[in-house]
Design a protein around this ligand. Structure first.
Ligand code: XMP
Length: 317
């Protein structure tokens, strides 16, 4: 019968045998899956694991610094790469959701390829692929392949002649969390909501600019911190804010304003395949709305998304 402790023991032993003295490179995202996978590989090969964490300019407020710090605490050999400008440049003028995803995916591969070439004689690419990713990447190869191209599976370009190691590809999410707990990962990683690879780019409807990212980061941080403060964070499966390509009329003092609208999204779910909008307390929504409008310059209206999946998706793009 399965226990996380026995999984760790047998997986680390298996990895030691498979990887030997080889070098391994991994891109970490700050999420549960890549973090747990990295910890397992780290136990097997130690400093022969080279981790890379890319700042794509589309992360949450302060996330780059915080995540980098957590990884260092865990003893991982991690390199932070600031590629914000490269991503913003690649996204310039793009408004189509799939075009944005493709530009981000391509830029990420460019950055990762460049970084991994700096590691001499690296043989393996470690990935945090979990079992549902394996299933989904098979099922989206049909005619619906273009619904949303999740780029974190099978994204290995031919020119990177690395062998792939995926220690979590038989596990479900709750098992991954249990393994992470056994490995001593902190709650801020283990209980973290899922966050899409393309980050805030798919929560800014329309084209991406550094200014829009900054506004959305502020709104998102107020929302997420509010959920944590009120003990609601662990009750929802995923939450975030969306910057709409809409301005609305408002009033401040004697002045008429014409500013941005943001939507808040929070859902309950088991696996993200279906989801219900989270029935957050009205008092919480009222307070958060006030806080956002008062504190974030350029936003004068907040709406709450009450759509379930299906037919809506969790993300707006
Ligand atoms: P949807 O919007 O399809 O989202 O209901 C389901 C889950 O997938 C995440 N998501 C993505 N994750 N790359 C990712 O890595 C993507 O392009 C992407 N699109 C959606 C979404 O955040 C939710 O957790």
């Amino acid at each position: 019968d399965w226990t996380s402790a026995s999984f760790v023991e047998s997986t680390v032993a298996g990895l030691k045998e498979k990887l030997g003295d080889d070098k391994v490179v991994m891109a970490l995202s700050g999420g549960v899956d890549s973090s747990v996978a990295a910890m397992l590989v780290h136990r097997a090969v130690g400093q022969n694991l080279f981790c890379i964490f890319v700042d794509n300019g589309l992360l949450r407020k302060d996330e780059y610094e915080n995540v980098l710090e957590s990884y260092k605490h865990l003893g991982l050999n991690i390199k932070g790469v600031d590629s914000k400008d490269q991503f913003y440049h690649a996204l310039e003028g793009l408004t189509d959701p799939e075009a944005k995803r493709k530009a981000i995916g391509k830029t990420f591969i460019d950055v990762f390829d460049q970084e991994s070439h700096l590691i001499e004689d690296v043989v393996w690419l470690g990935q945090g692929t979990i079992y549902p990713d394996v299933i989904e990447s098979v099922s989206v190869k049909g005619p619906s392949a273009t619904i949303k191209s999740h780029h974190n599976v099978g994204g290995l370009p031919d020119f990177m002649k690395l062998k792939v190691v995926e220690p979590l590809n038989t596990l479900f999410k709750d098992e991954v969390r249990a393994v992470g707990r056994t490995l001593g990962l902190p709650d801020n990683i283990l209980k973290r909501h899922p966050f899409p690879g393309p980050g805030l780019a798919i929560r800014i409807l329309g084209d991406i600019t550094a200014e829009k990212v900054q506004i959305l980061q502020e709104v998102d941080a107020l929302f997420i911190n509010g959920l944590k403060r009120e003990g609601l964070y662990d009750q929802v499966w995923q939450a975030g804010a969306i910057l709409l390509p809409v301005q609305s009329v408002g009033v401040m003092g004697d002045e008429r304003t014409y500013e941005r609208v943001v939507a808040l999204r929070a859902v309950t779910s088991v696996d993200g395949m279906t989801a219900d909008w989270a029935h957050l307390p009205y008092t919480f929504l009222a307070d958060i709305s006030n806080e956002i409008i008062n504190k974030v310059k350029g936003v004068n209206r907040v709406v709450y998304d009450i759509s379930s999946k299906p037919p809506a998706t969790i993300e707006w793009e």
